[in-house]
Write a protein that binds this ligand. Sequence first.
Ligand code: ZN
Length: 170
Amino acid sequence: METSTTNIRQVKKIKIETHLEVFDSVSELPKEIQDLLSKAQQARENAYAPYSHFRVGAALQLASGEIVTGNNQENAAFPSGLCAERVAVFHAGATYPDMTIVAMAITARSLNQKVDTPTPPCGACRQALAEYEVKQKSPISIYFMGEVGKVVKSNSVKELLPLIFDSSYL
Ligand code: ZN
């Protein structure tokens, strides 16, 4: 048997690292982020979630100082509903078309169990948020938590969604 290593093609590998910050509680955050999470909590309580009983609230801090909120809106035809994060960002885009989003706070609460694990945005919401980060050419800080407990901070949507698909591919 002949063994050769010369014909083995080296597969190039890409390693992707994500950097997140974890805070033990809301009280460790800057005052303006605590306020933003408070707005997200208020929005969360108005969620329309009769099917999942999982209420999510999102609050956006715009560079102009405005705060725009959203919550999940479910539908009997399940895919017709929308997550809190996209409700918030589309609401902001519709109301302030030239906006720059500085930060987003997300919080989730379940009527079935205590949510003490930070709840990140789903994949579809990450893609939707990435669009605005590309559009405004500046990163969006994202803070997410459950109902209580730790808060995770991502400095950019790209940290949560590497290899984003954007308009440069079209
Ligand atoms: Zn989502």
